[in-house]
Ligand binder design. Structure first.
Ligand SMILES: Nc1ncnc2c1ncn2[C@@H]1O[C@H](COP(=O)(O)OP(=O)(O)O)[C@@H](O)[C@H]1O
Ligand SMILES: [Mg+2]
Length: 466
């Protein structure tokens, strides 16, 4: 813009009266002309709302009659300074206007040897907005500082402009060591870097890839799995930036993996169990029934010619039938312990212990008490599998079974004085027990030092839901 010709500069004494009046009218702020003695000599307001008193009660009055004493003192002092020093003055003050505190700033300019002009601007709204903005900024800062999420601000090249504390801590890299580098150069594992670059290009081209998952290496060498999302934001100059927000899902991934493995174990345990049943039926009852059928055929054929032989065949058939019946009953018992359903855990555990060829001590607290069916059957299978193991592997001289409610769990413990050294990873029984117990949100512990016996400990929540 070129400067106007010298004689038209509005702040020159040559400015005409009409120009000065037009200028005053154009200024939206209230203007007061005040003598150095503090008396109002003239004013201009766009609205009477801008006055603290009716308009005919201004001129001739003193600032001390119209303003609180502190403000009046400040205005007058500034006015006298403006006149004596011939320098515009600036003051800020607050006033109670119609029950509300409002913020003002005043410009004070000398306009003669004994008077000054006082131009007032109400900046309450601006202060309010600034305070609001400041509060928002404080809030955002607090969120950024305290959130467990990882936050990184990058420019359109992917260069890091800032990271929050959570990310600094997780990566073990101080912010200063990071700023200015592309965000994929540190922290992201090697094999995910290319993908991260590609994802960022898509983001920049407006084709945001949504949630992306990268692996990272923590300072202790642990791998972290983080889900990242990006939001476009703008800096103070309006330049586009990307706010990358990461959620550490490592723990969730581990739990998911553990659940997946446990499901696989349950499925394969089910398959193994079905195979075992099939084998037992095939080798046991099915063989007996084939023999029965064979014997009955022979008996039928010889019924008339040799009744004695026929009777022998029938005797054999009867024997085989009895055996088949027992086989089937034995099988059924393994599937579903009837004693447990009918008489409860105490009776069923004592029956298991009674069948063992070594002495088994049973300690039942609250004997006779019934527990939720899922808890009873889990407890039963813990005792049954653990005792079977004792007999199969432990070479123990005795064993003890303890069942006792404690707080809101039922504690089941089976211990023996055998050889110890149990290894759940080589078999399927103990792993299956752990799955069964954990499926009820219980805890399962195995203590089996070589040479010092084995202790199987399960705690089953009594409020168990499947
Ligand atoms: N009470 C015990 N004393 C000594 N060794 C045991 C005992 N219980 C289990 N083991 C050992 O731990 C292995 C795993 O047991 P388990 O998970 O029940 O599998 P399995 O299906 O072979 O019974 C067994 O093969 C056995 O060698
Ligand atoms: Mg076993």
């Amino acid at each position: 813009m070129t400067a106007p010709p010298r004689d038209e500069r509005l702040d020159r004494p040559a400015t005409s009266d009409s120009t000065a009046r037009a200028l005053v009218a154009a200024i939206p702020d209230p203007i007061f002309r005040i003598g150095v003695d503090g008396t109002y000599r003239g004013f201009k307001v766009d609205s009477e709302e801008d006055l603290l008193t009716p308009p005919d009660e201004v001129i001739g009055y003193s600032v001390h009659e119209r303003l609180p004493v502190g403000v009046a003192d400040a205005v007058l002092a500034a006015g006298r300074r403006a006149v004596s020093e011939q320098e515009p003055q600036h003051i800020e003050y607050t006033l109670e206007v119609r029950g509300e505190t409002r913020d003002y700033e005043g410009r004070v300019v000398a306009c003669g040897p004994d008077e000054f002009v006082f131009i007032v601007r109400d900046f309450t709204e601006r202060t309010r907005q600034e305070r609001e903005l400041e509060r928002e900024r404080d809030f955002s800062r607090a969120v950024v500082r305290s959130t467990p999420s990882f936050l990184a601000l990058v420019d359109t090249e992917g260069t890091l402009l800032g990271v929050n504390r959570a990310l600094e801590r997780a990566a073990g890299i101080p912010e200063e060591a990071w700023i200015g580098l592309p965000f994929w150069t540190l922290f992201i594992v090697e094999q995910d870097v290319e993908r991260a670059k590609h994802d960022f290009e898509r983001l920049r081209d407006g084709d945001a890839p949504g949630v992306v998952e990268y692996e990272h290496v923590a300072p202790d060498g642990e791998r972290l799995v983080v889900d990242w999302t990006a939001t476009i934001v703008h800096d103070a100059e309006g330049a586009p930036r990307f706010l990358l927000c990461g959620l550490d899902i490592t723990a969730r991934k581990q739990v998911e993996e553990e659940i997946r493995r446990s499901r696989a174990r349950i499925v394969s345990a089910g398959d193994a169990e079905r195979k075992r049943l099939e084998r037992n039926l095939h080798d046991g009852a099915q063989q007996n029934l084939v023999s029965v059928s064979h014997a009955v055929h022979l008996a039928l054929r010889e019924l008339r010619s040799d009744p004695d032989r026929a009777e022998q065949h029938l005797d054999r058939a009867l024997e085989e039938l009895t055996t088949a019946h027992e086989e089937l009953r034995e099988l059924a018992r393994g599937l579903h312990p009837q004693l447990l359903t009918l008489q409860g855990l105490g009776a069923a555990v004592r029956a298991l212990a009674g069948r063992a060829p070594i002495p088994v001590t049973v300690v039942m607290v609250d004997d006779g008490q019934r527990w939720p069916p899922l808890v009873e059957s889990a407890a039963y299978f813990v005792v049954s599998e653990a005792l079977t193991n004792v007999l199969k592997y432990a070479r123990a001289s005795s064993a003890t079974v303890r069942v006792a409610p404690r707080d809101d769990v039922l504690v089941v413990e089976v211990s023996d004085d055998g050889c110890g050294g149990a290894r759940p990873e080589v078999g399927s029984g103990l792993g299956g027990l752990r799955d069964r117990v954990e499926a009820l949100d219980g805890t399962f512990e195995l203590d089996s030092p070589p040479g010092a016996g084995t202790r199987v400990h399960a705690a089953l929540p009594l409020a168990a839901e499947p």
